[in-house]
Design a protein around this ligand. Structure first.
Ligand SMILES: *[C@@H]1O[C@H](CO)[C@@H](O)[C@H](O)[C@H]1NC(C)=O
Ligand SMILES: *[C@@H]1O[C@H](CO)[C@@H](O)[C@H](O)[C@H]1NC(C)=O
Ligand SMILES: *[C@@H]1O[C@H](CO)[C@@H](O)[C@H](O)[C@H]1NC(C)=O
Ligand SMILES: *[C@@H]1O[C@H](CO)[C@@H](O)[C@H](O)[C@H]1NC(C)=O
Ligand SMILES: *[C@@H]1O[C@H](CO)[C@@H](O)[C@H](O)[C@H]1NC(C)=O
Ligand SMILES: *[C@@H]1O[C@H](CO)[C@@H](O)[C@H](O)[C@H]1NC(C)=O
Length: 305
C-alpha cells in the first residue's frame, strides 16, 4: 500500500479529532512529584504499613516486621503485543534510609516493576524487601505467575542469596528472584539521617537498565555510584506492569522514607524491520498518530503537574 501525502493529511485530519476523545493513552507516562503532600498524592497507592507523612511517604516506620509499598495508580505499558515496540524510561527519586543510630538494622528499599496485582509478602518478614516473603521466594508457581524486576537498595545481607561478605550493603538488580543477579557495594551511612538519590533508566535499543545512585566517601562527601545490567524486558515481564517502591523490616529495623519521584516513559519503535512491509508502515503510521495524540492530550496540560 502506498500513501499519497495529501491522503495522509486527510487521514490525519479525519483521525485527529477522535484522538482527543480517546481514553487516556497508556503508551506514555510522565509525572514529577517533588513532594507527596495534598492532592499531589492522589495517583499513588499505598499498601502494607506505608503511610503519607507530611510531604513524604513513609514506606515503613523504624519498627520490626513492617512492610510497605507505594505504587503508581496506573500500569505502565512495557511493550506492544502487535509491534516490536519496547519501552524506554527514566525515573529519579530521593529517599531516606536511617537506623536512627542503631548498629543493627534492616532491610532496604526497592524500585520495582511487576505483574499487576502482585501479591503481598506473606507471611510478613523482612527477607524480600516488601516484595516477597522468605516462603514465597521458594514458591515457584507463585513466582512463575507473578514476575518482577527490582533494583534493591539492600541494607542487610542474607547469606542465602545476597552477594558474599564483606559487602554488607549492596545495590542489586533482581530479575524474577531476590537472589542477586548483578550487584555492587553501596557506600551508605545507614546509621545517619542521610538523603540518597537515584536515577534508573532503561533504553529500549540497548536494553540496558542503568542505575546511578548516591554513596558517601569515608570523609562523608557524596559520590555517584553506578550499576547496570542488560535485560530484555519483553522476555522478562508482562506487557503491562505495576511499578513503584517497596520496603521491609524484620527482626531488626530502620526507617524507609520516599521523598520525591519523577518518571517518564514512552514506547520506542524497534530498529528491527517488520516482516510485512505494507502492514508495517500502516502500523507505524497508526502508532505515530496515536503517539501524536498522546503528546497532544498531555500537552494540553491535563496531566498531574
Ligand atoms: C495523559 O493525560 C491523561 C488525561 O489527563 C492522564 O490520565 C494520563 O496519566 C496522562 N499521561 C501521562 C503520560 O501523563
Ligand atoms: C521535577 O521537579 C523538580 C522540582 O520542581 C525539578 O527540580 C526537577 O528537575 C523535575 N524533574 C524532571 C525530570 O522534570
Ligand atoms: C503494620 O501492619 C500490620 C498489619 O496491618 C499491623 O499489625 C502493625 O501494627 C503495623 N505496624 C505499625 C507500626 O503500625
Ligand atoms: C547485632 O546483632 C548481633 C547478632 O544478631 C548481636 O550479636 C549483636 O549483639 C547485635 N548488636 C547490637 C548493637 O545490637
Ligand atoms: C539509547 O542508547 C542509544 C545508543 O547508545 C542512544 O543513541 C539513544 O539516544 C539512547 N536512547 C535514550 C532514550 O536514551
Ligand atoms: C549510565 O548512566 C550514567 C549517568 O547518566 C552514564 O554516565 C553511563 O554511561 C550509563 N551507563 C550505561 C551502561 O549506559
Amino acid at each position: 500500500m502506498v500513501f499519497h501525502p495529501t491522503k495522509l493529511l486527510l487521514l490525519y485530519a479525519k483521525i485527529s479529532p477522535l484522538l482527543f476523545l480517546m481514553p487516556p493513552c497508556a503508551t506514555q507516562l510522565l509525572f514529577n512529584y517533588s513532594d507527596f503532600s495534598g492532592t499531589n498524592a492522589k495517583n499513588i497507592v499505598l499498601t502494607g504499613n506505608a503511610t503519607f507523612l507530611g510531604p513524604f511517604i513513609q514506606l515503613t516506620p523504624d519498627a520490626p516486621d513492617n512492610w510497605g509499598r507505594a505504587t503508581y495508580l496506573e500500569t505502565m505499558r512495557l511493550w506492544n503485543e502487535e509491534t516490536e515496540d519496547l519501552v524506554s524510561f527514566t525515573t529519579t527519586f530521593s529517599f531516606i534510609i536511617s537506623s536512627e543510630g542503631k548498629a543493627n538494622y534492616s532491610d532496604g528499599l526497592t524500585f520495582f516493576l511487576a505483574s499487576p496485582g502482585f501479591p503481598s509478602p506473606k507471611p510478613t518478614d523482612g527477607a524480600g524487601l516488601g516484595l516477597v516473603s522468605r516462603i514465597q521466594l521458594g514458591d515457584w508457581k507463585l513466582l512463575a505467575q507473578n514476575k518482577f524486576v527490582a533494583v534493591e537498595f539492600d541494607t542487610f545481607r542474607n547469606d542465602a542469596w545476597d552477594p558474599p561478605a564483606p559487602v554488607r550493603e549492596p545495590v542489586v538488580i533482581n530479575i524474577n528472584s531476590i537472589r542477586f543477579q548483578k550487584s555492587t557495594a553501596w557506600y551508605t551511612k545507614t546509621k545517619e539521617d542521610r538523603t540518597y538519590s537515584a536515577t534508573i533508566s532503561y533504553n529500549s535499543s540497548t536494553q540496558i537498565l542503568n542505575v546511578t545512585f548516591t554513596g558517601f566517601n569515608s570523609d562523608n562527601t557524596p559520590m555517584q555510584q553506578h550499576l547496570s545490567s542488560r535485560v530484555n524486558l519483553r522476555q522478562t515481564l508482562p506487557a503491562l506492569v505495576e511499578f513503584g517502591f517497596s520496603s521491609s523490616t524484620g527482626l531488626i529495623s530502620e526507617l524507609h522514607v520516599l521523598c520525591s519521584w519523577s518518571f517518564e516513559s514512552g514506547l520506542q519503535k524497534s530498529a528491527r524491520p517488520y516482516k510485512n512491509e505494507a502492514e508495517g508502515s500502516m502500523r507505524k503510521l497508526v502508532a505515530g498518530l496515536i503517539l501524536a495524540g498522546c503528546i497532544l492530550i498531555n500537552g494540553s496540560g491535563s496531566f498531574v503537574f
